[in-house]
Each structure stands twice: as C-alpha cells, then as structure tokens.
Design a protein around this ligand. Sequence first.
Ligand code: NAD
Length: 293
Amino acid sequence: MTAQIISGKEIASRRREDLAEKVKNYSGSGTPVLAVVLVGEDEASEIYVRNKKKAAAAVGIGCEVMTFASSIGENALLEVIDELNENPHISGIIVQLPLPKQINSLHVLSRIRPDKDVDGFSPYNAGLLSYNHPDAFVAATPKGILALLLAVGIELTGKNVVIIGRSNIVGKPLAMLLTNHNCTVTLAHSKTQNLSEAVRQADIVVAACGRPKLVKADWLKEGAVVIDVGINRVDGRLCGDVDFEEAKEKASFITPVPGGVGPMTVAMLLENTFEAFCRQQNNQACCCRHCCS
Ligand code: NAD
C-alpha cells in the first residue's frame, strides 16, 4: 500500500481563503487583531512570529507583536497581559513559548482573559475542552490535526488512536479533543513501555515527541493513518518524528514534514482569532466568570 499524502499546505490554504472571505464580508465594525507577546531572542520563536504576522495580514487580521527583553520580570509581563485584556481593539492574545526561566508560564497563560485566549493554553480553556464545551478555544495544533482528519474523510468514532507525546500544547489537548470525537485514545510518552507494540494496535497514530524518524514502518498496522507533528532539523534538513519514506508504504494516509500539520497550526490560530473577535463584537457571553461577570 502506498499512502495518500495529506497536504496540510493545500488544506490550510483553502481554510485561509475561506477565512479571508469571512473577514472581508464581516458586516459589523472593527477589525480582528491578534496580539503576540514575544519575550527574549529565540530564533525559532522569531521565525514563527514573523510567519503568523504575514499569514494574519493575508486574511485581513491585524497582528501587533510586542517584544520584551529576556530579563523582563513576571509581574511586568502580567501587567502587559492585563493591558491587552482591557484593550478593546485586541481580539486575541498569544504568548510565544518558551518563556525565560524566571517566568512561570502557567501564571502568565492563566492571566489571559479566556475569551481572548486564542491559543487555548490557559487552564480555563483546557478545562472547557475537557468538558467538551463549545466555548473552548482549542489549541491550534490539535485543532489543525482534527481538521486534517476530517478534511480527508477519516471516520473517527470507535477508532484506536495512539498519540506519542504528552505536552500541554499538542498531546494532552489532542487526546481530549479526539476523545470528544469518540476515539479511544492512548497517550504515550517517554516512560511508556513497549511503545512500538502500542502503536501497532492503532488505527490512527499521531507522533508529537520531537524525536527524528522515531516511528518506523514495522511499528504500524497496515493501513494506519499517520499524522506527523514533529519538526526536527537533521543535517540541515527538516524531518518529522516518523520515518516518512518507510511509513508511506504501510499507511493509508500520512502527513509530510514540512507541508503537513505546520501550515494548519497557523490557519487555526487565525480562525480562533476571528472567532474571538466575533464573540466580542456580538457581546456573546462566554461561560466564564473572569470576563463576563
Ligand atoms: P515537547 O517537546 O514539550 O515534549 C515531547 C513529548 O514527547 C514529551 O511528552 C515526552 O514524554 C515525549 N517523548 C520524548 N521522547 C519520547 C520517546 N522516545 N518515546 C515516546 N515519547 C517521547 O512536545 P511538543 O512541544 O508537543 O513538541 C513535539 C514536537 O512537535 C516537536 O518536534 C515540535 O517542534 C513539534 N511541534 C510542531 C507543531 C506544528 O505546528 N507542526 C506545533 C507544536 C510542536
């Protein structure tokens, strides 16, 4: 079997075109604006932020990048978040991770008003997701993975899924999201025993561990759907957490790296920002007590 390649690049491009249309046709006043808080001088973060800004502009969403020295204290950063929370022109707020060691990222993410938390990383939105509540802003990468699976017509109900990696930004929220879509999910991590055995039982495998080409073809069940989240640079070239060349001969569907999950992440962040803007414009009450009491 040679797998069908799931082109995240094409699917994301269509989603961005649809979003641009919606932003253009929005009949109310105002423009959606995403605020990006960038602390320190991490080269990868700077590239991600540049890409987000460019993609936002292309769909008609404003993007204000606020940069701070890595020496900034936690209280000063919390004040920045407070100001953005109160600023009626800002629809969504994201804090580029990782933050410098002296700052507790949980404190900062918790401070973002839930109805502006378009990355969905705050404990409040993570909690709403676990309740399968429609107000939850779902983290962009898991949301993008779900969108890819649905776009190519994968039936989710009753499927066995193995997710490799339990981060708060990918693995855990994805486990919750796919559970909400009636999958049976195993969330594997670095201490999981017999990982290859677990993966062999999976109808859908999601690799999100940052280990180049960890998942081999002989780990896969014939016809498995393989989603590769990993972004690794090996000898100057990008590769995922799956051995793509081998795995594509065993899988039924597979995402490439680059051009798979990555483009979806940015598109979903922009969709969340527009959603936040619409809810705020319509004064749509969200169920939290922080912003709506
Ligand atoms: P992380 O780096 O915070 O954590 C890695 C996770 O993988 C941990 O839970 C760890 O237990 C697990 N792990 C590590 N080695 C393992 C092994 N040998 N076997 C099983 N589990 C193992 O995770 P992250 O931030 O979710 O990033 C994971 C990868 O996904 C990275 O390559 C990152 O660059 C990439 N990523 C891509 C996107 C995208 O949009 N495509 C978004 C976020 C992260």
